[in-house]
Write a protein that binds this ligand. Structure first.
Ligand code: NAD
Length: 422
């Protein structure tokens, strides 16, 4: 019944492999296991878009609703050339487990469009977003499925989603999407939330391992929303960021980078990260990952740490900002090295937690101060971190499997109460 995953780089199989272990350890009933193993719904949309040249192009998009057992679907929309249905399925399942782990009342969902945003104009991106949303307008809704940003999408994209949904339903429903601009019912602290959650987990891990922030050497792979915000907050807090990388390449500086200058370089001056003028040795993005450090934060994309390279990871703490950066085949190698892992469904859960706060605020029509948002986020992240560690220690499993067990158990409890309409 519990089939092992075969294809290491298939992220859905990677997600499934951990779910299988959690089910075995929990002794989950067969019926619940069978129910939770599959997504609830999937859709493929073919999106006709008029290019700026006047030519019509058809893009392929997906939305997967993995589970609504604990509440409406929740999950980002990814715009990237390598989006696939298996990837979206895996990301949707991870959302189910992540929302359950941090105990917020959502299920899991994810969407994506196969496109390269760097080769599309703003107007073309707007047309893709609007047509994708229009195709899914009956699927989305504050009580059905609530999208958010992910790779290649941002607050502007979410504003277009909200507006298109409003045009179709003839009412302005801000709670249909999160990660919106502040002026449209967005939440204070949402842009920084995933990076802030990463920092909160690092702080907790340091306390657990009796290490200090000052001089703690950190490498961050990915310098988009999650990576740049995490690097900024960690730098402010006294951590030393000695390695950075994005799609263009990597940089290493054992003395630590001036992160505000690097952010200015990449985001204001719009210059390539590897050309940063204020110091650092250039190296390839994958090579940056394998320098010695105290905390390694993969915050770019999936499958960065595999069975082929995990032996080169040289850190004390692996805090996953990205979804699925470590394959299930690499797990035993990381374990054997005694690395303290903060798994993705915990490490990057700050984003969906503040998305939940945004949804609550939109529904109340009453907005919180940034310190209230951050304080509530801290409470959720610390409580979730403590739960995972307690479970790992009492049941003799690693932190990743502990996180899955806590999450699967919560969804299973809800499912038992609801019953299966079969
Ligand atoms: P983003 O598009 O803002 O940034 C992605 C970054 O990764 C960019 O700097 C890009 O250059 C870099 N990158 C891409 N491929 C790379 C590679 N092969 N090597 C090195 N760098 C590479 O995306 P994001 O929102 O920061 O998301 C990053 C990861 O975090 C994804 O796995 C996403 O699913 C996950 N995540 C994001 C959020 C969120 O709130 N944005 C929340 C939870 C999880």
């Amino acid at each position: 019944m519990f089939a092992p995953a075969h294809d290491e780089l298939n992220v859905f199989q990677s997600a499934e492999a951990r779910f299988e272990i959690a089910c075995q350890k929990l002794g989950l009933e067969d019926d619940l296991y069978r129910y939770l193993k599959y997504p609830s719904k999937e859709v493929t949309v073919y999106i006709p878009v008029s290019r700026d040249s006047g030519q019509l192009e058809v893009f392929i998009g997906y939305r997967v609703l993995h589970s609504t057992v604990r509440g409406p679907g929740k999950g980002g929309i990814r715009f990237a050339p390598d989006v696939s249905i298996d990837e979206v399925r895996a990301l949707a399942a991870w959302m189910t487990w992540k929302c359950a782990l941090v105990d917020i009342p959502f299920g899991g969902a994810k969407g994506g469009v196969i496109c390269d945003p760097s080769k599309l104009s703003k107007h073309e991106l707007e047309r893709i977003t609007r047509r994708y949303t229009a195709e899914l307008s009956e699927w989305f809704g504050p009580e059905r499925d609530v999208p958010a940003p992910d790779i290649g999408t941002n607050a502007q994209t979410m504003a277009w989603v909200m507006d298109t949904y409003a045009m179709h339903t003839r009412q302005a429903t801000t709670a249909v999407v999160t990660g919106k601009p502040l002026a449209l019912g967005g939440s204070e602290g949402r842009t920084e939330a995933t990076g802030r959650g990463v920092m909160m987990c690092c702080d907790k891990a340091l306390a657990k391992l009796k290490m200090k922030r000052e001089g703690c050497r950190v490498i961050v792979q990915g310098f988009g929303n999650v990576g740049s915000q995490a690097a900024t907050l960690l730098h402010q807090a006294g951590y030393k960021i000695i390695g950075v990388a994005d799609i263009h390449g990597g940089l290493y500086n054992e003395n630590g980078f001036d992160i505000p200058r690097l952010v200015d370089w990449v985001y204001t001056q719009k210059k390539p990260l590897p050309e940063f003028s204020a110091g650092g040795t250039k190296m390839s993005a994958p090579d940056v990952l394998f320098n010695p450090c105290d905390i390694l934060i993969p915050a770019a994309t999936e499958n960065q740490i595999t069975s082929q390279n995990a032996h080169r990871v040289d850190c004390k703490i692996l805090c996953e900002g990205a979804n699925g950066p470590t394959t299930s085949h690499a797990d035993p190698i990381i374990d054997k090295k005694g690395i303290f892992i903060i798994p993705d469904i915990l490490g990057n859960a700050g984003g969906v937690t503040v998305s939940y706060f945004e949804w609550v605020q939109d529904r109340q029509g009453f907005f919180w101060r940034e310190d209230e948002v951050n304080g509530r986020l801290q409470h959720v992240m610390e409580r979730s971190f403590d739960n995972v560690i307690r479970y790992a220690e009492t049941h003799g499993v690693n932190n990743r499997i502990a996180a899955y067990i806590v999450a699967v158990d919560r969804v299973a409890q809800a499912l038992r109460l609801r019953g299966i309409y079969a």
